[in-house]
Design a protein. Structure first.
Length: 170
C-alpha cells in the first residue's frame, strides 16, 4: 500500500510537471509567433508595402491606434491605412527600419509587445530624417492568427519646452 501511495504521488508530480511544460511551450510558441509578426512588419515597412503592413492588424473598425502624429487617435483599419499612406507619401525615398528592446508576452488569446522602432526616411527633396518611436502593441489570436488590435506609438516630450525628442534617447 505504501508503495502504491508513493507511485501515485510520483505520477501526480510527473503529470503536473508535464502540464506546466506544455503550457510553457505553448506560451513560447505564441511569443515566437508574435516576434515573427514583428519581423514581417519590418520587412513590409522597408518594402513600403502598405497592404502587407495592414495585414498584421485586425481588418475592421475595432482597430484602435494612438499614433505619434496627429490626430490623437485612429479608429478602424481604413483610417489607419490612410494614415500610413499619407505618412509614407511624405517620404517617397528608401526606408531603413530597425527594432530594439523587443519584449513579448502572450497568454491564451491575448498578447502584447513593446519595442523601440528606428525609422530613417527620405523625403521628396532627398533629405533623410531619423525618427525613434516607442511602440506598444496589443494582439489577439483570432482564428489561430495573431493580429494587432491596439497600437500606441509615441515620442518622449520635454515638459519644459513642449518639444518631442524625435530620437527618443534613453
Amino acid at each position: 500500500m505504501k508503495h502504491r501511495s508513493i507511485l501515485l504521488s510520483a505520477l501526480c508530480v510527473a503529470l503536473l510537471f508535464s502540464a506546466l511544460a506544455l503550457r510553457a511551450d505553448s506560451q513560447s510558441s505564441d511569443e515566437k509567433a508574435i516576434r515573427v509578426l514583428s519581423e514581417r512588419f519590418g520587412a513590409a515597412v522597408k518594402a513600403r508595402d502598405i497592404t502587407k503592413v495592414m495585414s498584421l492588424y485586425v481588418p475592421d473598425e475595432s482597430l484602435f491606434v494612438f499614433d505619434a502624429v496627429p490626430p490623437r487617435q485612429y479608429v478602424g483599419a481604413k483610417a489607419y491605412r490612410k494614415d500610413y499612406e499619407e505618412f509614407l507619401g511624405l517620404f517617397p525615398g528608401p526606408i531603413q527600419y530597425g527594432v530594439s528592446d523587443l519584449s513579448v508576452q502572450a497568454a491564451g488569446t491575448l498578447g502584447y509587445s513593446h519595442r523601440i522602432d528606428t525609422w530613417t526616411l527620405t523625403d521628396k527633396a532627398g533629405k533623410r530624417t531619423t525618427l525613434v518611436f516607442r511602440v506598444t502593441d496589443v494582439f489577439r489570436k483570432i482564428n489561430g492568427r495573431w493580429l494587432i488590435v491596439h497600437e500606441h506609438l509615441s515620442f518622449p516630450v520635454d515638459p519644459a519646452t513642449g518639444k518631442a525628442d524625435l530620437l527618443s534617447k534613453p
